[in-house]
Design a protein. Structure first.
Length: 209
């Protein structure tokens, strides 16, 4: 049985190269044992959640949002940072679904967990499946700001979304990972889903020391 395992190597020196608004740039000297001590720079990231919202017609919700580092508009699932200390991941996911998509979900499950770029940052993402969807009342809708202003949304049949992912039409990692995971879970009659309360040891709960 193959499974990743958390097994940190000893850190001999740590330096914060840059303090950022959302994440920090860190340099560490890490002891790899037989391989010796190496210096690695990486982004210390609070982590995030993403939501594959699936309606009764087996359509997945995608939002079109501008991402400046890649100078592109990307189709993405609702998602957001875990930047509130101690906030439960599923609570954060429900908040993001409310704020970005004006939706409430009655049923939550964990689809999958992954690291976005483990060679360069420690961002961990948990992808939830949200079903039993209903609209947020008009008077409780969130006022969007920044890149979320005027954000388009589109309901895409799950099978079509899989094709978009496999043919290079989607580039957001949570869209690709989440859509393929949802398709695989549906093929398994949803037997692979985990409870929304499943422990998530990979999540960084506080800045590393």
């Amino acid at each position: 049985m193959i499974a990743d395992s958390i097994d940190p190597r000893p850190v001999q020196r740590r330096e914060q190269l840059k303090k950022g608004k959302i994440f920090d740039l860190i340099r560490e000297d890490v002891d790899l044992g037989e391989a010796g001590v190496v210096t690695r720079d990486y982004i210390d990231h609070p982590g995030a959640v993403a939501i594959i919202a699936l309606n009764d017609a087996d359509e997945v919700l995608l939002l079109r949002q501008y991402r400046h580092p890649v100078r592109s508009f990307l189709w993405e699932p609702p998602a957001g940072l875990l930047d509130i200390a101690g906030e439960d991941a599923q609570v954060a996911a429900a908040r993001e679904l409310h704020e970005e998509a004006d939706l409430i979900a009655d049923h939550w499950s964990v689809l999958t967990d992954y690291y976005t770029t483990p060679g360069g940052n420690n961002e961990a993402i948990r992808v939830f499946l949200a079903r039993g969807l209903r609209d947020v009342p008009d008077d409780e809708r969130h006022a969007r700001v920044d890149e979320e202003v005027g954000m388009e949304n589109l309901w895409v049949p799950l099978d079509d979304a899989v094709n978009l992912a496999l043919t290079g039409k989607l580039h957001n990692p949570s869209a690709v990972v989440g859509i393929l995971a949802a398709h695989a879970a549906r093929s398994a009659q949803w037997s692979t889903l985990r409870p929304a309360t499943t422990p998530w040891p990979e999540r960084r709960s506080a800045p590393l020391t």
